[in-house]
Design a protein around this ligand. Sequence first.
Ligand SMILES: *[C@@H]1O[C@H](CO)[C@@H](O)[C@H](O)[C@H]1NC(C)=O
Ligand SMILES: *[C@@H]1O[C@H](CO)[C@@H](O)[C@H](O)[C@H]1NC(C)=O
Ligand SMILES: *[C@@H]1O[C@H](CO)[C@@H](O)[C@H](O)[C@H]1NC(C)=O
Ligand SMILES: *[C@@H]1O[C@H](CO)[C@@H](O)[C@H](O)[C@H]1NC(C)=O
Ligand SMILES: *[C@@H]1O[C@H](CO)[C@@H](O)[C@H](O)[C@H]1NC(C)=O
Ligand SMILES: *[C@@H]1O[C@H](CO)[C@@H](O)[C@H](O)[C@H]1NC(C)=O
Ligand SMILES: *[C@@H]1O[C@H](CO)[C@@H](O)[C@H](O)[C@H]1NC(C)=O
Ligand SMILES: *[C@@H]1O[C@H](CO)[C@@H](O)[C@H](O)[C@H]1NC(C)=O
Ligand SMILES: *[C@@H]1O[C@H](CO)[C@@H](O)[C@H](O)[C@H]1NC(C)=O
Ligand SMILES: *[C@@H]1O[C@H](CO)[C@@H](O)[C@H](O)[C@H]1NC(C)=O
Ligand SMILES: [Cu+2]
Length: 534
Amino acid sequence: MHSLSKFSFISLASALAVQAAEVTENWTLAAKTIAPDGFSRSAALINGQYPGPLLTANKGDSVVVNLNNQLADPSMRQSTSVHWHGIFQPRNAFNDGPSFVTQCPIAPNQTYQYQLVLGQQTGTFWYHSHLSTQYVDGLRGPLVIYDPDDPHKGLYDVDDATTVITLSDWYHPTALVAENAWFAGGPEPVPDSGLINAAGRFQGGPAVDRTRINVTKGLRYRFRIISVSAEGFFEFAISNHSMTVIESDGIETQPYVVDSIPVLPGQRYSVVVNANQTVENYWISATQTVLGATTNANNSNFNGTDTFAVLHYAGASSAEPTAPQPTGLPAGGIEFQEFNLKPLINPGAPGGSAPPDQIFNFTFAPGSANGDIWTINNSQYKPPSVPTLLNILANGATNDSSFGPNENTFTLQSNAIIEVSFIGGTGHAFHLHGHAFDVIQSASGGGPNFVDPPRRDVVASGGTVDQPVRIRFRTDNPGPWIVHCHIDWHLEAGLAAVFAESPTDIQNGPQSVQPNEAWQQLCGIYNALDPSLQ
Ligand SMILES: *[C@@H]1O[C@H](CO)[C@@H](O)[C@H](O)[C@H]1NC(C)=O
Ligand SMILES: *[C@@H]1O[C@H](CO)[C@@H](O)[C@H](O)[C@H]1NC(C)=O
Ligand SMILES: *[C@@H]1O[C@H](CO)[C@@H](O)[C@H](O)[C@H]1NC(C)=O
Ligand SMILES: *[C@@H]1O[C@H](CO)[C@@H](O)[C@H](O)[C@H]1NC(C)=O
Ligand SMILES: *[C@@H]1O[C@H](CO)[C@@H](O)[C@H](O)[C@H]1NC(C)=O
Ligand SMILES: *[C@@H]1O[C@H](CO)[C@@H](O)[C@H](O)[C@H]1NC(C)=O
Ligand SMILES: *[C@@H]1O[C@H](CO)[C@@H](O)[C@H](O)[C@H]1NC(C)=O
Ligand SMILES: *[C@@H]1O[C@H](CO)[C@@H](O)[C@H](O)[C@H]1NC(C)=O
Ligand SMILES: *[C@@H]1O[C@H](CO)[C@@H](O)[C@H](O)[C@H]1NC(C)=O
Ligand SMILES: *[C@@H]1O[C@H](CO)[C@@H](O)[C@H](O)[C@H]1NC(C)=O
Ligand SMILES: [Cu+2]
């Protein structure tokens, strides 16, 4: 009887949850001077906030964002477009966001309405500018889709706006200034500091107050850790507290207990932290590395070991912790290994260990001494002037030769198993739009796994030439999906390709993509702009 009534209650809760709400946000994008690490600079911000406002929805909701572009600072790009990182967007590729893949940028003084199709996705995501390197300038923020029936609900007590933790690298020059110096022969830009939420410090800078995360002894917290980084890799740990990983990139995982986690640009983890230690203040550390190091000869402001926040127990003093500042994995701690991540639901690579239908071997390498060119199979990605999606819909592009040589665009068959090998060095983070994928060979080792490999949407590069990182996914979502390094400077330097998934299904039929009138007008308005406003 008891279990029956409990079941009825859960069914009722599910039924209520199915009544999808519409979430509407009005966002104004504008330049504003901020100093999250004590250095004042102009930034491109949504509603004046850094990180951008937390966008939340419940499973099954529809989300509408009215984005009003009021950028008018010539030190930054003034047009824009926004990508909703990790959201698959079925039949909705025209709202995916990457400039010149799925849309033309939104001109200054224009409002564009992004309509998101969340489907049944839940978990931790983020949004960011996808025009050139504009997200470096501040247009990056968290996106969380809550699941009222979360299978892990019993593992934590608190999961709200105060438990979302963003990690960002931060730069003093604007992205345009930084990359122009790079393209003129200088070194690749190196961040000045690392931020946890809205605060950080740079070497020689002021002692900005550390971000504080409040907890109450006896409660268990679901921290949603999001790297909104453009370059730096973070190693996340909390002194005296282990963490139980329950989600990677929007995919629930089997609980996995670790003491520190590497978080690469674009990656997200949910971890449960039990506030069961002595009432005190504890260091939260997010050691930042660039090219594997915590210092860099090309920027003396950068001190990757100085990225801290405070885990504050109610009742403790409001001072910083008195314990020594840790860096990364504590002695004797359990180190996270990606190959240990196991999806909770429906594990297993599509097709198991049977041969895939299409294989892509992507060799990637720098194409210049200072790394301002990156190539896939010796071809530098350069955005076309006609967005890939428009080319497919308006010009009937359906095969590889429909696209220019620097578009690195490969057509995929429908309902096929695709395997991609990333053959090159460590230090990169590859992201695919439109899908999560199974990492059948992880850079962390572990050997090929077809049974229960990690499933996510950003993967570390590495491995060897004989055993490179390999991913698999099934083509069930027609659209042009960019696959690129999430180090934003590398994307800008050309480390990208586009999978034109089932072009004929994009054009016609039950999965076709049908952009609205506002989208149709974007290219005309953008192309008419003075180049200084693009
Ligand atoms: C967004 O703006 C519209 C039109 O100005 C207004 O009707 C609506 O109430 C606003 N919505 C929110 C959530 O602020
Ligand atoms: C945007 O509007 C402002 C205020 O009306 C105007 O000064 C500016 O020139 C406009 N910018 C563009 C690109 O139209
Ligand atoms: C600094 O920049 C130079 C020129 O691009 C590069 O060769 C060198 O590796 C960079 N040093 C570091 C530590 O990144
Ligand atoms: C943490 O708690 C203090 C007071 O106990 C409060 O002033 C502060 O705003 C809280 N911080 C956050 C991030 O909630
Ligand atoms: C945290 O752990 C360290 C080393 O394990 C220990 O010395 C210290 O007493 C602990 N701190 C608290 C407040 O329990
Ligand atoms: C604190 O919680 C962790 C994670 O649940 C557990 O492993 C550990 O034994 C607990 N420690 C204490 C002192 O209760
Ligand atoms: C970098 O920051 C750490 C942590 O605050 C500090 O211990 C270290 O001395 C700093 N590095 C340099 C070169 O000053
Ligand atoms: C890329 O180059 C590799 C090595 O030459 C080759 O095996 C592979 O087929 C090429 N991939 C594509 C997508 O052209
Ligand atoms: C990809 O590389 C693997 C391993 O070297 C090779 O067996 C396969 O034929 C290659 N396939 C393509 C399409 O390049
Ligand atoms: C590829 O598509 C183009 C149109 O973009 C068409 O002209 C050409 O015939 C097609 N080639 C093949 C082999 O289908
Ligand atoms: Cu890269």
